[in-house]
Design a binder for this molecule. Structure first.
Ligand code: HSE
Length: 351
C-alpha cells in the first residue's frame, strides 16, 4: 500500500524529504515496506499541483531548481486529470493524501496558518507531520486531542533538533522512564555565534554568516533573543513532561548582551557561555527557562561547538542520557519528516 503524501510548503524541508524519497526509494521499500507517494504539493510562491496517482518527484525537484512554477508540471500518468493552483486548505480537504506534511513558514507568535492547516487535516481524517514549531508550541495538547478523536496522528519530531531523535527517543526507547529534567543547547545559530565570537570574530559578522549558512531563522531575532529555543522548550515540556505551559511560563533571555569581554572572562575561568534551555519538574510544577549560562569546560555541554545541538535527559531508571546532533539542515529536517511518516505508515499497516 502506497502512503499518499501532500506537502504544504515546498521549501528546504519539503525538498529535503523529496531528495531522500528519491535516493532511498528501494531501501525504504525493502527494509520498511514503505512507498512514499507524493500526490500533492502546494506552495504559495512555487505553485501547486495535485495528481491522485502520485507526482514524479524528480520532475518536482527539477522545476524548483530551475526556478519554474510547479504549475508547469507535466503528468504522464493515467489519472483523472491533475489539478493546478490549489491553495493549502483546498489541497488538505480535496486531495486523497493519507498524510499532510505541514512545512509552511513558522510563526511562533500566532502559529498560523499552520494551526488551521492541522485542524483542517484532522477534521478531514488526515495525519499531520510537521517541523513547524508554531502548532506544537502554542497548542500541542489541544491539537493532539483533536487528532486522537479523529483517529489520526499528530507527529512533530522535526520541531526540536531537526531529525536528531528527541521526541521519538523519549516516547520510544525511553518509554517507561520518567524524565525529571531536560537541559541543553537547542539553538544552532546562537551556539555558532558564541563559538565564533570565542574565536575572535565580531557578533555582527558572525550573525551574517549564520544567516548565509541557513542556520538562522528568516528573522534572526527569533534565534538571538531566545524565542526559537523557547518554542522548543515549551514543546519538550508539553510533549514529554506532561506540562501545559506557554510563553508566559518561560524565563527567557537571549545572547545579545554577551560581549567579547564576557567571553574572555569566561575563558580565564576555564568556562564558556552557552544559551541553555532547561525544563525541570519541581514540587510546584514545571519550571522552564532559556538563558545564557557560563558552563565549566568540564561539563559535557561546554564541548558542543558550532551549530550542533545537544540535550541531556535526566531520568529515574537510566540516569542521564545525552544526545548530540544536527539541529537544522535540509536533509536532517527532511529526515525528521520521514521518520514520523514511517511510524504512521507502520501503524496504518497494523490497523
Ligand atoms: N534557527 C534554528 C537554529 C533552526 O538555529 O537552531 C532550527 O530550528
Amino acid at each position: 500500500m502506497k502512503h499518499k503524501i501532500a506537502l504544504i510548503g515546498f521549501g528546504t524541508v519539503g525538498q529535503g524529504l523529496c531528495e531522500i524519497l528519491l535516493s532511498k526509494e528501494n531501501e525504504l521499500k525493502t527494509n520498511y515496506n514503505f512507498e512514499g507517494n507524493i500526490v500533492a504539493v502546494s506552495d504559495p510562491l512555487k505553485g501547486s499541483v495535485y495528481c491522485s496517482e502520485g507526482l514524479d518527484i524528480q520532475q518536482l525537484l527539477e522545476l524548483v531548481l530551475a526556478n519554474k512554477s510547479l504549475e508547469e508540471y507535466s503528468c504522464n500518468k493515467d489519472c483523472d486529470g491533475c489539478q493546478k493552483g490549489w491553495d493549502a486548505i483546498t489541497t488538505i480537504k480535496n486531495s486523497n493524501a493519507d498524510s499532510i506534511c505541514e512545512l509552511a513558514y513558522t510563526d511562533v507568535k500566532t502559529g498560523e496558518p499552520a494551526i488551521t492547516h492541522c485542524k483542517t487535516a484532522f477534521e478531514y481524517g488526515k495525519n499531520i507531520v510537521t517541523s513547524n514549531k508554531g502548532p506544537g508550541a502554542l497548542m500541542y495538547n489541544e491539537l493532539k486531542e483533536m487528532a486522537e478523536k479523529n483517529n489520526v496522528a499528530f507527529k512533530i519530531e522535526g520541531t526540536v533538533v531537526s531529525g536528531t531523535p528527541v521526541i521519538n527517543l523519549a516516547e520510544g526507547p525511553l518509554a517507561g522512564c520518567s524524565i525529571s529534567s531536560i537541559k541543553g543547547i537547542l539553538n544552532g545559530t546562537t551556539n555558532y555565534i558564541l563559538s565564533e565570537m570565542e574565536a575572535g570574530k565580531s557578533y555582527d559578522e558572525v550573525l551574517q554568516t549564520a544567516q548565509d549558512l541557513g542556520y538562522a531563522e528568516a528573522d534572526p531575532t527569533g534565534d538571538v533573543e531566545g524565542f526559537d529555543a523557547m518554542a522548543k522548550v515549551i514543546i519538550l515540556a508539553n510533549v514529554l513532561m506532561g506540562g501545559n505551559i506557554s510563553a508566559n511560563d518561560v524565563e527567557r533571555e537571549g545572547i545579545t548582551k554577551i560581549t567579547a569581554d564576557m567571553i574572555d572572562e569566561a575563558k580565564s575561568k576555564n568556562a564558556r557561555w552557552k544559551l541553555i534551555g532547561l525544563i525541570e519538574k519541581t514540587n510546584s510544577g514545571i519550571r522552564a527557562s532559556v538563558k545564557p549560562e557560563m558552563i565549566s569546560m568540564t561539563h559535557p555541554l561546554a564541548g558542543i561547538m558550532g551549530a550542533t545541538n545537544a540535550l541531556t535527559f535526566s531520568t529515574d531508571l537510566m540516569g542521564d542520557i545525552t544526545i548530540v546532533g544536527a539541529g537544522a539542515g535540509k536533509i536532517e529536517t527532511g529526515f525528521s519528516i520521514l521518520t514520523d511518516l514511517l511510524k504512521i505508515d507502520e501503524k496504518m499497516k497494523r490497523n
